[in-house]
Design a protein around this ligand. Sequence first.
Ligand SMILES: Cc1cc2nc3c(=O)[nH]c(=O)nc-3n(C[C@H](O)[C@H](O)[C@H](O)COP(=O)(O)OP(=O)(O)OC[C@H]3O[C@@H](n4cnc5c(N)ncnc54)[C@H](O)[C@@H]3O)c2cc1C
Length: 400
Amino acid sequence: MKQRILIVGAGFAGMWSALSATRLLDMHGHRDTEVAVLAPQAELRLRPRFYEQEAHRMVAPLAELFAVVGVRFIKGAAERIDVDGQTVTYRDAQGDLAELGYDRLVLATGSNLVRPALAGLEHAFDVDQLEGAVRLEQHLKSLGRLPASSARNTVVVAGGGFTGIETATEMPARLRAVLGEAADVRVIVVDRGSEIGGALGKGPHALVAEASAELGVEWRLNSSVVAVDAGGVSLADGERIEASTVVWTVGVRASSLTAQIPAQRDGLGRLHVDGNLRVIGQDAIFATGDVAYAATDELGNYALMTCQHAIALGRSAGNNVAASLLGVEPIPYRQPKYATCLDLGGWGALLTEGWDRQVKQVREAGKQLKNHINNILIYPPAANRADALAAADPLIPVIE
Ligand SMILES: Cc1cc2nc3c(=O)[nH]c(=O)nc-3n(C[C@H](O)[C@H](O)[C@H](O)COP(=O)(O)OP(=O)(O)OC[C@H]3O[C@@H](n4cnc5c(N)ncnc54)[C@H](O)[C@@H]3O)c2cc1C
C-alpha cells in the first residue's frame, strides 16, 4: 500500500511543502508515496496583500499546479488530529466528517487574528483573512452612498505594527477613491507604544512618522481602544472618535490545531521544531510556516510569522518530510537573511535588511520592490511540472 504524506493547509508553507516533498520523491524515483494536501480551497490566498484594495483578487489557483506535479488535493477543513492513530478527521466539502490516515503529517494551517473580548468588537473589520478583507472592501465602497459626515470620512486602525501601518497608510487613497479627491478624510492609528512605528526599530520609526505626516495619518500613542460601536471607538483615556470604519489588526496566533499535538509551544501557539522542522517529540509530524517556532540561524533568531519565512519553511519541511520516509539526509532549515518591505501607501515603501532593520531603500525605489514582491515573488510557480519542482529546492534563498 502507498504511504502518505499529508499536508494540512494550502498557504505559502503548505503549497511549497507539497512541491518540495514531490521534488525529492521524484529525484529518488520514488513512486510509492502519495503527497496529499488537505485545505478548504485549492487556492493560495495572498494574505500579505489583504490591506490593498480589490482584496477579492488576492488569490491564485492551485488545482492545476497540484495536478501537473501529481499532488492529490482534498477539499476540507481538519478538525481533529489523532497523533497515536496517525489520522486526521476533517469536514469535507459536503459538510460531512471524513478521516485520512498518514505516515507523515505536515501541519501548515497558518495563523489567525484572535480578537480580544472587547465591547462591540464585532463592529470592527480586519484584513487577516480573505473574507474579512473583502468585507472591508465592500464596506468602504458603501461609504460613498452615505451622506457626508465626520464619522463616514474617518477610519480608526487599532494597532500600529506592520499590518496596522500598511492598512493605515493605504487608507487615505482608498477613502478618496470612494469619497472623491476633495473629501476631508481622517485616518487614525491607535497604538499602545510611545513612538510611531516604534515596534519596527529606530530606522523605520522616523520614516513611518514622515510618511504618516505626509499622508495625513494621525497617531494616538500610549493609548488603546477599549470599546467599539457602530459609530466609532472609545479610547482608554476617555477620548471618543466618531468613525464608521474601525480596522482591528492586533493579536495574531498560530492555528488552534497546534494545541492537538502534544508538544511544546511558544507564546503565539507555534510548535517547537528541530533543525529539520520535525515537531520535537513527534517523529511523524512536521510543522511549517506560521505554526512553527523554528530557529533561522545559530545566533538565536527565530522565524517570524511572515510570508518570507513561510516560503522557506515550506520548501524545507517538504524536503525533510520526504527525506524522513526515503531514509536520506535531510537539509536543515536555515534562513539567516531577513528583510522587510513595508508599504507606506502614497509615500512609497521602505526596505530594511537585517534583524536590526537597517533602512536600505525608501519611497519609489522601495515601492518598486514591494510591487515586485506583491505581484510576482509571492505567487505560486506556473503549472509546469519541471519548473515548479525546480523552484521548490529548499536551498533557493527567498531573499538573495
Ligand atoms: C494584512 C497582512 C499583511 C502581511 N504582510 C506581510 C508582508 O509584507 N511580508 C511577509 O513576509 N508576511 C506578511 N504577512 C504574513 C503572511 O501572510 C503569513 O505569515 C503567511 O501567510 C503564513 O503562511 P502560512 O502558509 O503559514 O499560513 P497561511 O498563509 O495562513 O495559510 C494557511 C493555510 O491553511 C489552511 N487552513 C487553515 N485551517 C485549516 C484547517 N483546519 N484544515 C485545513 N486547512 C486549513 C488555510 O485555508 C490556508 O490554506 C501579512 C499578513 C497579513 C494578514
